[in-house]
Design a binder for this molecule. Structure first.
Ligand code: NAD
Ligand code: IPM
Ligand code: MN
Length: 346
C-alpha cells in the first residue's frame, strides 16, 4: 500500500510517553509510514517563546495526517499552549468535527455497574472550530473589585450547519440511526436557537434518522443513568468537551478515550489524539495508559481509508482489554504498548 506521511506532535507530559506506544503499534500494522516529529510544546515555548510558528503550520498542511499526544504544562500559564498551539491547529486546519466515540469494550469495568457494552456505544460529534472556544472576550478593570470579564460564544449558520450535516450522515450510517442534539436552548437562547433551527431543518432531509433533543445538564445525567439512550450526539464545542470526559469515565476511564479532529472536506490534514491531557500528576512515571492513543491511531488509519488495518488495531486493543479483566494490571506504559503491538503484529 501507499506511503503515509505523518506529522507527530508528542507535546508535553504523558503525551510524549503515549505517542511512543502509538507509533510502535502503527509500525506493527505493516503500512509504510514516514513520520516527522515536531517539538512543539512547553519546552520549545520556554526556549524560544514560540507556540506554533506560521512556517511550521504551513509545513503541517502537507501531511496526510497528524498524531498528537497532549499539550499543557504547569510551568506555562493556562491558555498559552492550549489556545495558541492546540486550538490554533484545530481552527487553522478547519477541524470542524471533533469525533469522540464513547464505547464500552467487553470486559472493561465501568462505574455504571451493570452496564453492558451494547448499552454504552455512542459517538459524540463535537463541533471543533466555534462556540465559546472561538468567541471574543475581555476583562475590564482587571484585578479590581469592579472587574468585568466577558467570554462570548461564536456560532455561525455555516459552521453549525456543516457539523450538523456531518452528524446526520454519521447517524444514517449506523444501525440505530438516532441523532440527539445536545445544547442549552432554555438559557443560551441565541446560540441554542441557531443550533435547534439548523438541526430541525436539516432533519427534514434525513427522514430515516430518528432525532431527539436533550439539554446538556440532563444529557450529563443520562450519560450516567441511561447511556443506552444515545447513539450519535451532535453538540457545541464546550458541551462536547465536558460530555466526552463523562463519556470517557463511563466507558472505562480517560486512558481509553480516543478522538479525531477531522476536516471532512480534506482541505487540510486531520489530527488524531487521546481525549486526555498531559497529566502532569503522573508524567514521567510510566503510569500512563497508552490505549487511548492507540485507539486514536486506529481512527487515523480508518480516516486514511485503511479500514482493515484500523480494525486490526481495534481488535488488538479489545483483546488486550479482555485480558485486563483477569487482574492483569500494573503494567507500565511501555508494557501495555508492547503487548498490543505484539497482538497487532500477530
Ligand atoms: P488530564 O486529562 O491531563 O488528567 C486528568 C486526570 O486523568 C489526571 O489524574 C491524570 O493522571 C489522569 N489521566 C489522564 N490521562 C491518563 C492516561 N492516559 N492514563 C492514566 N491516567 C490518565 O487533564 P487535566 O489534569 O485537567 O489537564 C492537565 C493538562 O493537560 C492541562 O495543561 C490541560 O490544559 C492539558 N490538556 C490537554 C489536552 C490535549 O492536549 N488535548 C486535553 C486535556 C487537557
Ligand atoms: C480536549 C482538551 C482541550 C479542549 C483543551 C486542552 C484546549 O480539553 O481536547 O478535550 O478543551 O478541547
Ligand atoms: Mn477536554
Amino acid at each position: 500500500s501507499r506511503n503515509i506521511r505523518l506529522a507527530v506532535i508528542p507535546g508535553d507530559g504523558i503525551g510524549i510517553e503515549v505517542v511512543t506506544e502509538g507509533l510502535k503499534v502503527l509500525e506493527a500494522v505493516g503500512t509504510k509510514v514516514e513520520t516527522t516529529t515536531y517539538d512543539l510544546g512547553a519546552k520549545r515555548y520556554h526556549e524560544t517563546g514560540e507556540t506554533l510558528p506560521d512556517a511550521v503550520l504551513d509545513e503541517l498542511r502537507g501531511y496526510d495526517a497528524i498524531l498528537l499526544g497532549a499539550v499543557g504544562d504547569p510551568s506555562v500559564p493556562p491558555g498559552i499552549l492550549e489556545r495558541d498551539l492546540l486550538l490554533k491547529l484545530r481552527f487553522q486546519l478547519d477541524h470542524y468535527v471533533n469525533l469522540r466515540p464513547v464505547k464500552l469494550f467487553p470486559g472493561v469495568e465501568t462505574p455504571l455497574g451493570k452496564a453492558r457494552p451494547e448499552d454504552v456505544d455512542m459517538i459524540v460529534v463535537r463541533e471543533g472550530t466555534e462556540g465559546p472556544y472561538a468567541g471574543a472576550g475581555g476583562a475590564m478593570r482587571r484585578g479590581t473589585p469592579y472587574e468585568i470579564a466577558t467570554q462570548e460564544s461564536f456560532n455561525t449558520a455555516y459552521g453549525v450547519e456543516r457539523v450538523v450535516r456531518y452528524a446526520f450522515d454519521k447517524a444514517l450510517a449506523r444501525p440505530r440511526k438516532k441523532l440527539t442534539l445536545v445544547h442549552k436552548t432554555n438559557v443560551l437562547t441565541y446560540a441554542g436557537d441557531l443550533w435547534a433551527r439548523t438541526f430541525d431543518r436539516v432533519s427534514l432531509e434525513y427522514p430515516d434518522v430518528q432525532t431527539d433533543y436533550c439539554h446538556v445538564d440532563a444529557a450529563s445525567m443520562f450519560f450516567v443513568t441511561q447511556p443506552e439512550r444515545f447513539d450519535v450526539i451532535v453538540t457545541d464545542n464546550l458541551f462536547g468537551d465536558i460530555l466526552t470526559d463523562i463519556g470517557a469515565a463511563i466507558a472505562g476511564g480517560i486512558g481509553l478515550a480516543a478522538s479525531g479532529n477531522v476536516n471532512p472536506d480534506r482541505t487540510a490534514p486531520s489530527m488524531f489524539e487521546p481525549v486526555h491531557g498531559s497529566a502532569p500528576d503522573i508524567a514521567g512515571q510510566g503510569k500512563a495508559d497508552p490505549t487511548a492513543t492507540i485507539l486514536s491511531v486506529a481512527m487515523l488509519l480508518d480516516h486514511l481509508g485503511l479500514a482493515e488495518e484500523s480494525a486490526r488495531v481495534e481488535q488488538a486493543v479489545a483483546d488486550d482489554l479482555v485480558e485486563r479483566q483477569t487482574g492483569w494490571t500494573g503494567r507500565t506504559t511501555h508494557e501495555i504498548g508492547d503487548d498490543i503491538t505484539a497482538r497487532v503484529a500477530g
